[in-house]
Design a protein around this ligand. Structure first.
Ligand SMILES: [Fe+2]
Ligand SMILES: [Fe+2]
Length: 279
């Protein structure tokens, strides 16, 4: 067997093992998802979930754009760009995925124009912050591990459980297209990012960076689902108790709108001045 073929076989084996590891991670099979069939959720629960999930949908392309800038080869950039083109709406009638999600939000009971005005559980904000940190500060392969295995490989499994719950709650197929569309598209996105990963699994260091990124992302995802669960309980309490009850307070929680006004995300030129003085 040639060296290149042997390398590819090893890479595919590593990636298959990583797929197995991810499929059993608590971020993918969190109890809020795993119990959708036995412990059905109401439309109200999905309204709360939608308000917390929308900021993740609305920030995802930015993580990937930041990672694209740092991709070490045109081949890797091509695979990332293919995913981005879909996210911008190529296969969803020109509607980008965040716009598409809003259609689901309206069906779930959110008022148009107020989708980004929902107080967010701190774990929602932490999830987004962690992914910007990963895509900006960590090595490129940690970022690719977070967005490939951590997102595109795991979303079809998570969404399959969510869709079972959405159908049980009485949503029409048209209303949950965002979710069903991702069960298909993310199979492709996962496969494309796997092609980007195959070329970068040669050393133990590279493999450990990819795995670390995936696990950082899924650990944040597990905390995100706990945050959603907490929000559903506190919003249900708020609905059933007189206003001002402390158990239902969202005081101090920031909205996506406020977060966007407060955060500035920018690629920077960093000049290494020590190079000048030594040359
Ligand atoms: Fe998407
Ligand atoms: Fe995707």
């Amino acid at each position: 067997m040639s060296f290149a073929l042997e390398h590819e076989r090893e890479a595919r084996e590593f990636l298959a093992e990583l797929r197995r590891e991810i499929s059993t991670h608590a971020g993918v099979g969190h109890s809020i998802l795993g119990r959708m069939k036995t412990d059905p959720r109401s439309r109200f629960d999905f309204m709360v979930l939608a308000g917390q999930h929308f900021p993740l949908v609305g920030n995802f392309t930015r993580y990937m754009e930041l990672l694209l800038l740092r991709a070490p080869s045109s081949e890797a950039k091509c695979w990332l760009a293919k995913v981005l083109v879909d996210e911008y709406g190529e296969r969803s009638e020109g509607q980008d995925h965040a716009e598409h999600y809003q259609k689901f939000m309206h069906a779930a009971g959110h008022t148009p124009g107020q989708e980004d005005n929902v107080p967010l559980h701190p774990e929602v904000v932490n999830f987004i912050r962690e992914h910007y940190r990963i895509c900006i500060e960590e090595p490129f392969l940690v970022g690719l591990g977070a967005l490939g295995p951590g997102h595109e490989w795991s979303i079809p499994a998570m969404f399959e459980l969510a869709v079972a719950g959405l159908r049980k709650a009485g949503f029409a197929e048209k209303e949950i297209e965002y979710w069903t569309m991702h069960m298909d598209q993310d199979q492709d996105h996962g496969a494309w990012l796997e092609e980007a990963l195959v070329g970068y699994c040669a050393t133990p260091e590279q493999r450990s960076q990819i795995r670390r990124g995936a696990l950082l992302s899924l650990d944040a995802r597990e905390r995100f689902w706990w945050g959603v669960t907490d929000k559903i309980v506190s919003e249900a309490t708020r609905k059933n108790l007189p206003p001002g009850h402390s158990a239902a307070s969202s005081e101090g929680q920031i909205t996506l709108r406020q977060l966007r006004a407060k955060w500035r995300i920018e690629p920077k030129l960093i000049e290494d001045t020590t190079q000048e003085s030594t040359s």
